[in-house]
Design a protein around this ligand. Sequence first.
Ligand code: 13P
Length: 255
Amino acid sequence: MRKKIIAGNWKMNKTAPEASELTEEIKQKMDTSTEVDVVLCPPFTDLAAVYRIIHDSYIDLGGQNLHWEEKGAFTGEISADMLKSVGCHYVIIGHSERRQYFEETDETVNKKIKSALHEGLIPIVCVGELLEEREADKTQSVIETQVKAAFEDIDKIQAQKMVLAYEPVWAIGTGKVATPEQAQEVHEFIRKLLTDIFDEETASTIRIQYGGSMKPDNAAELLSQPDVDGGLIGGASLDAGSFIAIINHAKSNME
Ligand code: 13P
C-alpha cells in the first residue's frame, strides 16, 4: 500500500514570524505517528525558520520551485543544493501558477526534475488541465503530454522516488473541487501512463496527490479513491486546524 502524503503549499503567504507561528501550531496539534508523510512548503524566505521548528519532528520541508543550474549568475533564483542546505527533502515543480504566470514549460519542468533528483530532493511534479481544456474533452491529452515530458530521460529507479500532483487548474483556489470520481478517473489514467512509460511496478510505487480546493469536508472522500495517494493543499494548509484535519482523514484511510 502506498503511504499517503499530505503537503501544504503555502504559495506567497506568511512572513518569517507568521510562518514560525503557524508551524509551531501545526507541530503542537499534530500527533507523532508516522502513518502519513507530511510536508510543509513555505516561501523560500521562511524555510530556515520553519526547519528550526520541525527538524526534530517527522514533518518534512519542501521548496516551491528551484532553478536547474547548480550555481551562477541567475539573479533571484535558488538551486537544488541551496534548498537541501536549509533542510528541504522535497520541492514542488511545475505548479500551474508557475506555468501560467512565470513561463514554466514542460521542458523547464523536466530540467528542474533532473536537477532535484541529482541533489537527492524528491520532486512533487504538478500536472493539470485548464477549464477550457476539460470542456473541450482534452483532459487526457493535456495530462499525457505533461506527464511524458516530465519523465523524459528519467529512469525508473529515479521515477519511483517522485511524487506527482494532479491539480486541475479550474479547481485551484476556486472552491470548485473535482468530484472524487473525476479525480480518480485522471489519477487512474496517470497510473496507466506510468505503466506504459515504465512498468507496472514503477507505476504502482509512484504516489499521486490530488490538489485543488481540498478541504477537511471533502478530503475523506477524495483520499479514499484507490489512486489518490494524498493531497497538495493550498488555502487550507494556511490554517493549522484545517491542515491537521486533512492529515487525520489521510490517516484514517491508511487503517
Ligand atoms: P487550493 O487548495 O487553495 O485550491 O490550492 C491548491 C494548490 O494549488 C496546491 O498546490
